[in-house]
Design a protein around this ligand. Structure first.
Ligand code: ATR
Length: 249
């Protein structure tokens, strides 16, 4: 996706994967500091990387996770483009979300980015997570509404926007984070998992006549924002979509 965008913009450079086991993270960042314009950071480094950075953008600090690092005159600056990427995906799909009620499933790094983005846009955000204590901590930190197990059914049925940020369905798209048949009465269901196969949650939502959105738009838009941070150039998002789709098979 980034390689294609670089080519389309007529920029020199390459984007490649740097496999980094956790004990080697700090050394890798020193290499990045010397030789790279920037990097993306992914599982499992999005939170642990914070302590090695020289500066954080306001949203990365608020979310507590970094997915993009820019090297500027030897300084490493951390950003979180997942939040903007999520909102851009909703905007592109024409989904009305302002002043609506959202329910976020999950309480990990992805949930924090999505919840932060929605809250910033004036959405009423509730969070449900398998491990309640993790959801409770997130809700306390960001001023969100905690949903516990006994209230899950009511919270799901009455929300306008349901977002799955859990990893359920990632490796096996036939698995859903919700019990069969439990869906919002109306509105939109988003699954931020990107998988060539439609996830079970989205299939059930489509069958129930709900509007759905998969994970590809967020993937592409977070990447587009990162590209812009590294190069100062707005990439051709169509080119990035085509490359991402080809990569996902
Ligand atoms: P990320 O940073 O990508 O969000 P994470 O921090 O590992 O990744 O979070 C994964 C999320 O998926 C968590 O909300 C996790 O729930 P727990 O906090 O209870 O672990 C959720 N998750 C993973 N497997 C799950 C499962 N089988 N059922 C329900 N939730 C699950």
């Amino acid at each position: 996706m980034h390689q294609a965008a670089l080519r389309a913009a007529g920029l020199e450079g390459s984007y490649r994967a740097l496999e980094t086991p956790p004990p080697l993270l700090q050394a890798r960042l020193e290499e990045v500091r010397r030789a790279f314009a920037g990097v993306n950071v992914t599982i499992p480094h999005k939170e642990s990387v914070l302590e090695y950075l020289d500066e954080l953008s306001p949203e990365a600090a608020a979310i507590g996770a970094v997915n993009t690092i820019v090297c500027q005159q030897g300084r490493l600056i951390g950003y979180n483009t997942d939040a903007l990427g999520f909102i851009s995906g909703l905007e592109e799909a024409g989904i009305a979300y302002r002043n609506k009620k959202a329910l976020v499933l999950g309480a990990g790094g992805a949930a924090r980015a999505v919840a932060y983005a929605l809250k910033q846009e004036g959405v009423h955000v509730a969070v449900y997570n398998r491990t309640t204590e993790r959801a409770r901590a997130l809700c306390a930190a960001m001023g969100l509404h905690l949903v516990t197990e006994p209230l899950l059914e009511t919270a799901v049925r009455s929300c306008d926007l349901l977002v799955n940020t859990t990893s359920v369905g990632l490796n096996d798209p036939t698995r859903s984070p919700l019990p069969p048949g439990l869906l919002p009465r109306a509105g939109v269901v988003v699954d931020i998992i990107y998988h060539p196969q439609t996830t079970r949650l989205l299939l059930e939502a489509q069958q129930a006549g709900l509007v759905t959105l998969g994970g590809l738009p967020m993937l592409v838009w977070q990447g587009a924002r990162a590209f812009e941070l590294w190069t100062g150039v707005k990439p051709d998002v169509r080119v990035m979509y085509a490359a991402a789709q080809a990569g996902l098979g």
